[in-house]
Design a protein around this ligand. Structure first.
Ligand SMILES: C[S@@+](CC[C@H](N)C(=O)[O-])C[C@H]1O[C@@H](n2cnc3c(N)ncnc32)[C@H](O)[C@@H]1O
Length: 281
């Protein structure tokens, strides 16, 4: 009997749940063994404690190119070029690597530069060519450095970034610090203070990821400060709906890109994007 016919006969039998149990257990065991092997290998080779870094799977990068192309309206091939540009940027990699080596947190740091979703941030900045970019949640400054590298390539634009942690921003180093203003303080005060007194925000990265209520408050505070065609990005869209709800209220589009980390046990985060409404037929 052919394999398919046998499977169909087993599935139709009342004993099917018991008959297929060994195959089901084997499938779960294969999956979990792979996870355990990947976790064990990471425990041995990495020193990271929080804010894990990783590269993305090649197919995931291709999906990222289409995501950025949809959000920005730029041709996908142009966006692929930006993704490659960052991966081939030896100078940025060298500067970030130096920062990691000198970091006070170096004992829980890997001396390898892995950008993850921030490759998409780079492409978004290159494609949109913003004048004024704002980031809430600087952390070490890996995202800020990537955004600054894109601004320098564009030959225009500045980044204002803030974090409540006074150790933040250690990777915002020369020459990238030339286009970055790093503020230590609460993001809501930052938006109401230094940001509110400036030009409209063209690109906003909401990345404190503190609580949904705080993210909502950041979006509400930033709304009157945005340029009409601003793009707003958030990381926690894989966990909560603050950005998509805000987008709906503002009659904007919303899209989520989910990361697929390469060779890592962590399932990854993503990029949520809200952008001006598309004209629909
Ligand atoms: C996910 S990390 C940011 C990652 C960073 N954008 C990057 O590219 O690596 C979140 C950061 O938000 C900061 N944070 C949390 N609550 C905050 C608040 N109310 N105001 C400002 N920063 C805050 C944390 O200290 C933390 O460094």
């Amino acid at each position: 009997m052919k394999h398919n016919a046998l499977t169909r006969r087993i599935a139709a039998s009342p004993l099917a749940p018991f008959a297929v149990l060994p195959s089901r257990i084997a499938a779960v065991a294969r999956h979990n063994t792979r996870n355990v092997q990947q976790s064990a290998s990471w425990l041995l080779r990495s020193r990271e404690l929080v804010h894990y870094t990783y590269d993305l799977e090649p197919l995931n990068l291709e999906h990222l190119a289409w995501f950025v192309s949809t959000v920005t309206g730029r041709p996908v091939d142009e966006v692929r070029g930006y993704l490659t540009e960052l991966q081939e940027d030896v100078e940025l990699r060298r500067v970030v690597m130096d920062g990691l080596a000198r970091s006070p947190r170096r004992s829980t740091t890997d001396r390898v530069v892995r950008y993850g979703r921030r490759i998409g941030w780079y492409a978004l900045v290159r494609a949109l060519r913003p004048e004024f970019v704002v980031e809430t949640g600087t952390n070490r400054g890996l995202g800020s450095a990537v955004i600054a590298a894109a601004l320098l390539r564009n030959g225009r634009g500045r980044l204002a970034t803030c974090d409540i942690d006074d150790r933040s921003g250690e990777l915002i180093l020369p020459p990238y610090d030339r286009v970055v203003e790093h503020v230590v303080g609460d993001s809501l005060e930052f938006l109401a203070g230094p940001v509110a007194g400036r030009q409209p925000i063209d690109l906003l990265f909401v990345d404190t990821g503190y609580t949904p209520e705080h993210e909502r408050a950041e979006l509400v505070a930033a709304t009157p400060l945005l340029a009409p065609d601003a793009v707003v990005l958030a990381t926690k869209t894989y966990m909560w709906q603050e950005l998509s709800r805000w987008a709906e209220e503002q009659q904007r589009e919303f899209l989520h890109f989910g990361e697929q980390p390469h060779d890592h046990w962590y399932r990854g985060v993503g990029i949520g994007a809200s952008f001006p409404a598309l004209v629909r037929a």
